[in-house]
Design a binder for this molecule. Structure first.
Ligand code: ADP
Ligand code: NA
Length: 329
């Protein structure tokens, strides 16, 4: 009964990193190129849930837009916009707040992880998964391509859509997560391979950004935490650090895990790290060049984002008109 619509978002908290790219953004461009109806939001309202620096956030919004374009997002097919320019996101968030409970939100693993790093937990950090559900529901998205770290948040969005439909009458599809089955959906921090690679990682040396220079990439991979075994094998539980490198290597070269491990048979960890660096640098070179090209044309970026906002706003406003009618607002 629902038309297939895809929605996903990315925070402009910092540069796009390999985890975002291999776990999500690559998938978005594939879907776009299959001519799916897809909307991508740079979710800046999510980036203010933790302490942030305003001028840096402004720059990171443009950097994220330039990076998405460099990765192949084509604004003539995909609706690409900045979340805060479509006011309806906050409006629907407020309405959804009454459809869930504090204990339900307190269980979410991302909240548990992030709230450990701050003494007084901001309310925004607590409710941001509800804003995420609003992001999805405003566009009546049926499919949400995300990394494995987002499973619980998608479940919350499903729960909220069901809750709304039950209370106020069927209006929202129950969205399906599109998550890669393989290990690729979860890229780990190079420094702390027990945690996912993240923009909000407190040790930024564990994160490879798409706009890192070749030297920075080499340096970060060289210092990646591995273990005391010097040969290369793939065993994510017993050897998370080395396995993460193997995984990244396989994903950027398009090889299978087995063939990557087979080719690395003669190498020790230090030699293997050089091989991985070369592969990552090679893969990211054209993307980095395009990022710089797009960044140097600020007016065009502004124009692209404004066009995207206009398209998104039309859909979001239609949804909110319907929502308000249902609620008696
Ligand atoms: P971050 O945690 O780095 O701020 P975002 O919240 O902006 O990332 O997430 C953007 C997309 O990237 C989401 O679909 C998320 O699931 C995916 N993603 C984030 N980190 C990783 C990772 N380490 N591995 C795989 N996918 C990831
Ligand atoms: Na995140």
């Amino acid at each position: 009964r629902w038309q297939k619509k895809i929605f996903s978002g990315i925070q402009p908290t910092g540069s796009m990193h390999l985890g975002n790219y291999l776990g999500a953004v690559r998938k978005w461009t594939e879907l776009q190129n299959k001519r799916e109806n897809i909307t991508i939001s740079i979710v800046d309202m999510h980036s203010i849930t933790m302490p942030h620096n305003p001028p840096a956030l402004r720059e990171n919004i443009f950097l994220m837009a330039a990076t998405l374009l460099a990765c192949g997002i084509d604004p003539s097919h995909t609706t690409l916009f900045v979340q805060s320019s479509v006011l309806e996101h906050s409006e629907l968030n407020w309405i959804l707040n009454s459809l869930t409970t504090m204990p339900r939100l307190a269980q979410l693993p991302q909240f548990k992880e992030k709230s450990r790093t701050v003494r007084d937990v901001p309310l925004g950090l607590f409710v941001y998964p509800v804003l995420q559900a609003a992001d999805i529901m405003l566009y009546k998205a049926t499919h949400v391509p995300v990394g494995a770290d987002q499973v619980q948040h998608i479940q919350l969005a499903q729960h909220l859509a069901r809750g709304f439909n039950t209370r106020y009458g069927d209006m929202f599809p129950i969205c399906n997560p599109l998550i890669e089955e393989n290990e690729g959906s979860r890229i780990l921090s190079l420094r702390e391979p027990s945690k996912k690679m993240s923009k909000s990682d407190l040790s930024p040396k564990g994160t490879i950004n798409l706009n890192d220079s070749p030297d920075q990439i080499t340096e970060k991979i060289k210092k990646a935490v591995t273990d005391f075994t010097s040969d290369i094998s793939y065993n994510p539980n017993a050897r998370p650090g080395v396995s993460n490198l193997v995984n990244i290597h396989a994903l950027v070269t398009g090889q299978s895990i087995e063939s990557v491990v087979e080719e690395a048979k003669q190498l020790d960890t230090a030699q293997y790290k050089e091989r991985v660096s070369e592969a990552v640098i090679e893969h990211l070179r054209p993307i980095r060049e395009l990022i710089n090209k797009h960044l140097s044309n600020r007016n065009e970026l502004i124009y692209i984002l404004e066009m995207g906002s206009e398209k998104a706003r039309k859909v979001a406003q239609a949804t909110m008109t319907e929502v308000k009618q249902r609620l008696g607002l």
